[in-house]
Design a protein around this ligand. Sequence first.
Ligand SMILES: [Zn+2]
Length: 230
Amino acid sequence: MIILLIAFCSGTYFADHNLLQGEEIVESSFFKKGSKGEEFDMSVHFKNVESQKIKDSFEKVWNRYQSLHKYEITLVQQSIGNSTMQAQPIITLRSLFDGVKRYRINIGHHVRDEESLVLEKLPEPILIGWFAHELGHVMDYQQHSNLSMIRYGFKYYFSERFKKTVEHAADYIAIANGFQDEVLATKQFILGDERISPTYKSRIKRYYLPENQVMVCSEDKEMLEPYYNL
Ligand SMILES: [Zn+2]
């Protein structure tokens, strides 16, 4: 019961083990060009994602995060309230024991609650920067066991300092993987577009890596050292 309560607070996605059964999941075509018989868990899955542009942008980012290729990752498009994208570990009772790690990235249909900013209409570099940040989170998550991810989520929910550290780390990881221009494009878009609410902008300023830091760390390899080989 306590674990369930913590999990609820932490934003961890608790799922039935057969999450993907009976749902319309479109597997990535990424590996179809190559050899047949790729492992089920070595690809990206899409749920409710219609836009080819979104799928292509996501695959481009995922392709560069080599160490994530051994996990099943599902991109789900659905309404997600006051956020635009979120990365979650999929935790099941079984996975707490067998240790199998799976992840999902939830994306909304538009930028936060601004309906005029439809996600699939955003320029590709902005989408790529956003996905690079979210998969940066997954790169961070994969270092932790499923059980410790529950504790991680709990800390994220209750500790502002931890939240800031984790959000900065996701950007550092994205930059270490060569996405500095796209991460910057996404930040400039969020902070610069007048259709985005001041509340969202101030949240971004409060928790996320500042624009000038993106530039600084792109040129300072030492700062990125801990994030190169995750
Ligand atoms: Zn984030």
